[in-house]
Design a protein around this ligand. Sequence first.
Ligand code: AMP
Length: 187
Amino acid sequence: MNIIIFGPPGAGKGTQAKFLIDKLKSYQISTGDMLREEIKKETEIGKKIINNMNDGKFVDDHIVNSLLEKIVFDKKKNNRLIFDGYPRTLSQAKNLENLLNKSNQKLDFIFFLNVNKDSILKRIEKRKILEKRSDDDAITILNRYDTYMKITKPVLDYYSKNKNFHEIDGSMEIKKISQKIQQILNL
Ligand code: AMP
């Protein structure tokens, strides 16, 4: 089963992705984690993306798409992909569709965790303390939220027509959200 967890930063995508990888013995594909790793390892990609990441801006589609390719074609991960933070643009959504087609896979479920700005700010502040994420200062948080809402709107419109699309109230307790997802997946 391949699943996209979609929603603004701080909506709890990572938490629900972790819940699902446990339940489904799948793999969490977090482009945010992959990009942070490139910066940490000081790779060529890392050097190119550090400014955008720190400013809360999106990383170039070509860079993110290229990181995805290896993963989608990895036999071990076939039909066990839980996408967290990807796709974020229409170009990424189309790239994903293309890669899945080429590898004889499909998208089984798309979950949109919908949550308002106030709840997001509170959650990200908490995460900042717990995980010491350097890009999470207050201005960056707002930038990330606004960028997300602006750029991902077409992606949301694109997926919301899909019969596998499910909108979930992301301001509910973590456990409630997991239960809702579990119910939809019939687990
Ligand atoms: P995240 O951990 O998913 O909140 O992502 C942290 C940051 O990584 C974002 O603010 C972007 O700068 C970058 N990023 C992560 N995923 C993507 C993506 N799919 N497309 C573009 N930029 C991304």
